[in-house]
Design a protein around this ligand. Sequence first.
Ligand code: MEV
Length: 421
Amino acid sequence: MTKSSSRIPRFFEKKIEERLHILKNFSDLNSDDLILLKQTLVQGDAHLYASMIENTVSVMPVPLGIATNFVINGKDYLIPMAIEEPSVIAGASFAAKLARSLGGFTSSCSSSIMIGIIQLVGVSDNEAAIQAIDSHKSELIVFAHAKDPVLIQQGGGIRDFSYHTYQTDRGDMLVVRIHVDVQDAMGANIVNTFAEAVASRITDLVKVRSCLRIVSNLAMQRMCRSLAVWPTHDLGQDIVDGILDAVALARVDPYRCVTHNKGIMNGIDAVALATGNDFRALEAGAHGYAAFSGSYQPLTKFYQNGGGDLVGEIELPLAVGTVGGAVKSNPVAQLALKILGVQSASELACVMAAVGLAQNFAALRALVGEGIQRGHMRLHSKNIAIQAGVPFSLVDEIAQQMIGENAISVGRALELWKDKQ
Ligand code: MEV
């Protein structure tokens, strides 16, 4: 093994110990580095993590926290969130606390339909191809359904096809969209299986070549909404005006709007990660929806109601599952679902929409008020003290002192610690 080559044949077949040995040589790891990698893995379940992805060597720990105070559709929730960023969980909990007095969050989701696309190229006559496919629709669906009888028993399955023609720089293309009720799954695997099955039959029926057969993460038939009202007498009219001004800017300036939506996704992704859901899919869907009108827009809106209170609303596609994939195999994700107490994927999506709205409200309130750095600094200063090697029993005290002095650095933490010795 030469240290400098990343070409490692059959790395994926090697045991974790062997992979670590290779890493040690390649990256000059010392024995402490190896212990760290091994310990984080042992704390979890090595076999589980090795079966989830390829080439596993360890686990990347991310803190799991609980957002409190949420009432959604009249039910109280404690919400697990996995995230490395300070202030997110505090912000969500604070927004939920303020919203409680006026009933909390009202959330709803449209359906559990995911879309899969089958791209057909080399179609000489679109109309004839569509007719041929459509007249065999039932037969194609029966063929595909045989690939996942469990979903069909549970009431899911392909609900319909739709047809879309495109002129591209590689010629005309026909896309068949399959609309699949995935029930409580996120659904990507189910949709991909069905898309491949349907495509294999279509190419027998029509003289075309199928190219892509894949789920769309623009889950426009899994739209979720949430609404909450925050009392203006708690916030003050200045804060309300500030929030309305901030959202008005997001509507016209994409440089602001992306960060506005990023704040929303801070909350949604954290619940997704805690529950073993695919946060990349949610991100893709959310930003795709934000840009769907042709101009990138905020996923939330805010306005004052007749009584002068601040109403926030969010709307975005949320393709999440409570069964299948990492949700099922990761015991921490299962536990997170137990803590949440959700009974279905749509209930989970309702919670996520509420968290996204709460997160956005909290960020905007802090931004137009005292700024977000004060909250961040509390945890940041603790991190700095820990980095300086300050014992845990003194971390809070030294962090507090550094904030008071407005001097947060490893050097200052060391000095303050020395003073206490
Ligand atoms: C930071 O992760 C998120 C915020 O930037 C969101 C926003 O600006 O609305 C605070």
